[in-house]
Ligand binder design. Structure first.
Ligand SMILES: Cc1ncc(COP(=O)(O)O)c(C=O)c1O
Length: 390
C-alpha cells in the first residue's frame, strides 16, 4: 500500500506510457504521461493474490463465478453506496464503453439523438457517432470554475428526436460530484423529454472528503423505469485492462430487453475479470481504496497549488476523480501554443480538451493517478514552461 513506490510501466504495452510518444510526440524516455485514465499503482493485494492463485492453478476453463461475483458487487454497492441491487439486475460487459454501446444498441435506433452534458468523457460521443446516432450537446455552464447545468436552456434545445441522455456522475472531466438537487434535475429532464437515462457512475468510489455521491436510483425511485446504471471496478482498483464492467438495470422490463440483446450478441464475462472484481469488492479492497483516496487527495492539493501560482492557468476544484481539468483561457494563448508548451517544452502528455466536446477547447486534462514525485516533477516542468508569464 505504498503509493510512492516507483513503478516504471514503459515497455509493458501500457497505453498511457507506450503510446505517449506516437500520440503526443512526447519522448518516451524523458516524458511524463498524464493522459489516459488509469493509475500507475499496483492493484490491491486481494486482487493480486487472487490472480496469483489462478495462475498457480493454471487452468483457465469455463467457470461458474456468478454468485460470488454478483454477491461481491451487491455487498460493495450496499456498504459503500447505500444502494441495494438485485443479482438479476447485473449484466457484465467488456468495460463501460462497451456497456454504453450495448445500451445504445438496445434502447435507441440509428438517427436518434443522444444528449450529452459537455464537456464530457470523450468516448461517449465516439460510440454514439460510431453507432449512427446523433450527439446532442448540452453545454455545462462554467460558473467561477465549477460546472453547472442549465435545464431551461437544454429544454429549449430539445426537438423530440432525442431518445437517451448520458450522465457522467461524478463528472469527468471537471470532477463535479452532482448534488442531490442537480441529479433530481437530470431525472426530471429525462422524464420531461421521455428519455432513457444512462448514468455512468464509474468514478463513484473516488470522491473526496466533504462531498457525497448519490446513486441515481436513490435520488428518485420514480426514474427507475427509464434508468440504466453503469459501474465498474476498473478506475477504483486500476484494473481497466481486465475489461470488466457492469450495466445494472433495476427495472425488469428494461432488463428483459437488455438480456435479449446480450443473448443475441452472446456477450459473456471472462473468469479473470470476474474473479478480480469479486476479490476487489471486499473489506480489504475497501481499506486500500480509502488509502488510495487519501494519497490522490494529497496529489490534487500539490498539483492545484502549483497551477494556482502560474498566471493564466486554473485547475477546476476536484470533488472526485484523479483527472485535473486545467483552463488555459486566461493565458490569452492560442490552443496550439499552450499545448505545445505542455507537450514540447514541459514534455508532459495530457488529454486535449477539444476531444471532450463543446466547452473543452481551452482545457487540458492531467491524470494525477501517479507517484507524488511525478506530480512534483510535472509541476516544476509546467511552472518553467509558462515561466515567462510570471
Ligand atoms: C466516465 C467514464 N466511463 C467509462 C470509462 C471507461 O470505462 P471502460 O474502461 O470500462 O470501458 C471512463 C474512463 O476514463 C470514464 O471516465
Amino acid at each position: 500500500m505504498n503509493f510512492d513506490d516507483p513503478i516504471d510501466r514503459r515497455g509493458t504495452n501500457s497505453t498511457k506510457w507506450d503510446m505517449m510518444e506516437p500520440l503526443y510526440g512526447v519522448p518516451a524516455d524523458t516524458g511524463l504521461s498524464m493522459w489516459v485514465a488509469d493509475t500507475d499503482f499496483q492493484a490491491p493485494a486481494p486482487v493480486l493474490n487472487k490472480l496469483r492463485e489462478m495462475t498457480d492453478h493454471g487452468v483457465f476453463g469455463y467457470t461458474n463465478l456468478d454468485a460470488t461475483y454478483k454477491g461481491a458487487i451487491q455487498w460493495w454497492m450496499q456498504t459503500r453506496h447505500n444502494w441495494t441491487i438485485e443479482q438479476d439486475a447485473i449484466f457484465t460487459t467488456t468495460g463501460l464503453v462497451n456497456g454504453v454501446g450495448l445500451c445504445l444498441d438496445t434502447f435507441t435506433q440509428p438517427g436518434d439523438g443522444v444528449v450529452l452534458f459537455t464537456p464530457v468523457y470523450h468516448a461517449f460521443a465516439k460510440v454514439i457517432r460510431a453507432s449512427g446516432r446523433e450527439v446532442v450537446e448540452c453545454q455545462l455552464t462554467n460558473t467561477d470554475g465549477r460546472y453547472e447545468m442549465d435545464f431551461d436552456a437544454y429544454d429549449a434545445m430539445m426537438t423530440g428526436s432525442e431518445k437517451m441522455v448520458i450522465l457522467c456522475s461524478p463528472h469527468n472531466p471537471g470532477g463535479r460530484v452532482w448534488t442531490r438537487e442537480e441529479l433530481q434535475g437530470v431525472a426530471d429532464f429525462a422524464k420531461r423529454h421521455d428519455l432513457i437515462l444512462l448514468s455512468d457512475e464509474i468514478h463513484h468510489d473516488l470522491v473526496y472528503p466533504g462531498n457525497t455521491h448519490f446513486p441515481m436510483p436513490n435520488v428518485d425511485p420514480s426514474i427507475i423505469d427509464r434508468l440504466l446504471m453503469l459501474t465498474a471496478p476498473s478506475k477504483t482498483f486500476n484494473i481497466a485492462g481486465l475489461h470488466t464492467g457492469q450495466v445494472i438495470i433495476p427495472d425488469p422490463k428494461l432488463r428483459a430487453r437488455f438480456a435479449a440483446r446480450m443473448a443475441a450478441l452472446s456477450v459473456a464475462p471472462n473468469s479473470v475479470g470476474q474473479a478480480a472484481t469479486a476479490a476487489a469488492y471486499s473489506p480489504e479492497g475497501a481499506e486500500w481504496v480509502d488509502a488510495q483516496l487519501a494519497y490522490l487527495d494529497a496529489n490534487r492539493q500539490v498539483f492545484d497549488a502549483a497551477i494556482a501560482k502560474i498566471p493564466g492557468l486554473s485547475s477546476m476544484k476536484l470533488e472526485s476523480t484523479y483527472l485535473a481539468w486545467v483552463d488555459f483561457t486566461d493565458t490569452g494563448m492560442e490552443r496550439a501554443e499552450f499545448t505545445d508548451r505542455v507537450e514540447q517544452t514541459a514534455q508532459v502528455a495530457a488529454n486535449h480538451g477539444t476531444t471532450f466536446g463543446t466547452g473543452g477547447e481551452n482545457f487540458l486534462r492531467f491524470n494525477l493517478g501517479t507517484q507524488r514525485a511525478r506530480i512534483e516533477e510535472a509541476c516544476e516542468r509546467l511552472t518553467a514552461a509558462f515561466g515567462d508569464l510570471q
